[in-house]
Design a protein around this ligand. Sequence first.
Ligand code: SF4
Length: 347
Amino acid sequence: MPDTATRHDWTRAEVAALFALPFNELLHRAHSVHREHHDPNAVQVSTLLSIKTGGCPEDCAYCPQAARYDTGVQAQKLMSVEAVLERAQAAKDAGASRFCMGAAWRGPKDRDVLKVAEIVRAVKGLGLETCATLGMLSGAQADTLKSAGLDYYNHNLDTAPEFYGEVIHTRQYQDRLDTLEHVRHAGMKTCCGGIVGMGESRDQRAGLLQTLATLPEHPQSVPINQLVQVEGTPLNGIEALDPFEFVRTIAVARLLMPASMVRLSAGRQQMDDAVQALCFFAGANSIFYGEKLLTTGNPDVEHDRALFRRLDLHPLQVVEESSTVHADILETDAAGCGQGCGCSAAA
Ligand code: SF4
């Protein structure tokens, strides 16, 4: 099989043909490519903190943080540097290698970016990799965050270009692509994926993955979220996606972007263990342990630890920019993220 790590010319028809492969054939191909590029038993673990929650002016139909939907989310202001640092230290102690910070903004104001830059500097000082998701960025804002030491910027494309207008009306697909360009230009790594199960067709799922795989650089992290239906949001109550279709999406993402980390993100807590195991086989090699549940004895924490043990998986922990080491975090505190926001919580 040719090395497809640098292919950026996938056509929609080629991607659709991968989706249409017999399930076992698709999984075999995806797992084979996965093994060529990654340790199949290692899973990268990230921790997410919402540093500014709710009150967002955008209208993403899946998102409980949009101010216009009555979802019970309490809007909170941007956290202080000290408060974020405390959580980042706890995440580090729990074994997380990357600390992701999400803020529910359409895009930050310049003064917000300066505050976040201060937070990034402090978190970076703990020796953690940093990732932020703050909404749309200008080129200058991206440069400021890069200078502060931000490693990754999350900005999801959410879905196929032609389905985007069904889900979000307050911005355009091109706005997303522009921010991604600013992030790449500033020299940061991109974390970019989407959400499936929003009522899109299989061809539109193929369209999302084709768009990701034909960006000038494959995103270093590709979060694939399964819609978490939240009461009060427009997408609550739609027909759930067949779990095997979710596994197919992971497998196709792995085939298209062989060197990227494919992240099992929002929706993981709603998946049964067998589906998660299939996702890891198909090429998922990154998950979130959500910060909110960082408490010993939490059932979700214990469940994740047990699943890692049952599947003989080990966490991959970054120690330096260029090298990695495996670390045993299974006896420490950690948890899973279960929110459905594609901007911040489901990064
Ligand atoms: S996904 Fe992000 S931009 Fe959209 S409503 Fe939620 S917080 Fe706002």
